[in-house]
Design a protein around this ligand. Structure first.
Ligand SMILES: O=P(O)(O)OC[C@H]1O[C@H](O)[C@H](O)[C@@H](O)[C@@H]1O
Length: 446
């Protein structure tokens, strides 16, 4: 199994009956997902995506990545939410959070259009000065404000730098195949385009061109990534939660939610996993947080956060549980040396690997936190390879869908995200929002 679930640190928190009670509901959720009879069934294209994707486009993604690697020192990925987090998470996980500062023969990669900060975008423009640049504008809807603003600024930058003709060859758009402003613009300007399939929602789209092009530009092996996901598709295809770890994870978080836990903290002991936590938070937060329900997804990186949030987890309000993601094999190993003086008192660790110390940190923490009343689910992943990441992504996506059905929500929509957007558009004076503008301004300037 690509991802395994260890339940030993749940004993005393969930009983055998709870497992048995949920098993038939998990089976039903499986059938709803696989027969396409559940809520949001227009958005289940990700289920068989690892084995059923556009091979011609996949080859085109690899060619574009090669071209970008050859002609660019900087590659800018514009996007927000599902059009941002997966690619960044995968690159930081597979390469490094320090990817841009590493010695390499691939371009530096920056992410923008994920805020409305003028400072952040200005800094990026300054970084691009004197460098060869290509950009990938990613937006499924093609209308999201944050990336659209960044794209306008960067298009102007590229056209000034290279002229319209050359700029055109350095702009790649990933969007809906037929509809939307971005598609229209790309067609008009002659930009190369890649497709976000209609039936794959943003937060489930990392294994489409949305994630694949930036990941390929970083030099990571996207064939292996898809192969790992395909393996997971096969492994987690069985309705029985006792033999399907993906469904077991979905069931466990649902059991804990039902008995009053409100917050799930995703825990890693590896800094390169930090952005994977952010990707996971969007996946679970948008999928389940609706109809006044859902676990609040949070995250920490240990042992870093054991020196800050660790206090709350140990002794704060008992509304949490943790899901720890462990990797069986380190990406790189370091051993602790000898100091004849033993001034730092660390000679008892001489010859030990840092992974060994990290493992003891986990063991000590899991015992302390469970003693403190925090249930722990532990997930085991073999290593930091593309295969393992592909499998892990699929594992979390499928568990999320099953978990959403167990909760009784549509795991594939996000109606709540529109509320702030409507207000913002009205306050900005977007045509069509005149009435709301007045009402909102009156509330603000009471
Ligand atoms: O890809 P886009 O259409 O630009 O959407 C980007 C993101 O924005 C939205 O507000 C949604 O809440 C997200 O689910 C989505 O991933």
């Amino acid at each position: 199994m690509s991802v395994r679930v260890d339940t030993q640190h749940l004993s005393g928190f969930v009983g055998e009956n709870e497992y048995k009670a949920l098993a038939p509901q998990v089976k039903l959720a499986h059938e709803m997902l696989h027969n396409g009879t559940g809520l949001g069934n227009d958005f289940i294209g990700w289920v068989d995506l690892p084995t059923n994707y556009d091979k011609e486009e996949f080859a085109r993604i690899k060619e574009a990545a090669k071209r970008i690697q050859a002609n660019s020192q900087v590659f800018i990925v514009i996007g927000i939410g599902g059009s941002y987090l997966g690619a960044r998470a995968a690159i930081e996980f597979l390469k490094s959070p320090n990817y841009n500062n590493m010695k390499k023969d691939t371009p530096d990669i920056y992410f923008t259009g994920n805020s409305i900060s003028s400072t952040a975008l200005s800094e990026l423009l300054a970084i691009c000065e004197g460098k060869d640049v290509s950009i990938n504008m990613i937006s499924k809807s093609g209308t999201t404000t944050e990336p659209a603003i960044a794209f306008r600024v960067l298009r102007e930058f590229l056209e000034k730098k290279y002229g319209k003709e050359e700029a055109r060859k350095r702009i790649y758009c990933t969007t809906d195949k037929a509809r939307g402003t971005l598609k229209q613009l790309a067609t008009k300007e002659g930009y190369e385009t890649f497709v976000v399939p209609d039936d794959v929602g943003g937060r489930y789209s990392v294994l489409t061109a949305v994630g694949l092009l930036p990941i390929a530009v970083s030099g990571a092996d996207i064939d292996a990534l898809m192969a790992g996901a395909a393996k997971a598709q096969q492994e987690y295809n069985n309705a029985d939660m006792f033999t399907n770890p993906c469904y077991l994870y979905a069931a466990l978080r649902n059991m804990l939610y039902r008995k009053g836990k409100e917050i799930e903290i995703l825990v890693s002991y590896e800094p390169c996993y930090t952005m994977m936590c952010e990707w996971w938070k969007q996946l679970y937060g948008e999928s389940e947080g609706k109809d006044n329900k859902g676990l609040f997804p949070a995250s920490v990186v240990f042992s870093t956060d054991l020196h800050s949030m660790g206090q709350y987890i140990q002794q704060g309000r008992r509304s949490l549980f943790e899901t720890v993601v462990l990797f069986d094999k380190a990406k790189q190993e370091l051993y602790i040396g000898n100091d004849p003086e033993n001034v730092d008192g660390l000679n008892f660790l001489e010859g030990k690997s840092m992974s060994y110390v990290n493992e003891k940190a986990f063991e000590g923490t899991v015992l302390a936190h469970t003693d403190g009343g925090v249930p722990n689910i532990v997930l085991h992943v073999p290593d930091f390879s593309e295969e393992s990441l592909g499998a892990l992504i699929y594992f979390f996506e499928k568990a999320c869908a099953i978990s959403g059905y167990l909760l009784g929500v549509n795991p594939f929509d996000q109606p709540g995200v529109e509320s702030y957007k409507k207000n913002m558009f009205a306050l900005l004076g977007k045509p069509g929002y005149e009435e709301q503008k007045e009402a909102l301004e009156a509330r603000l300037h009471k």
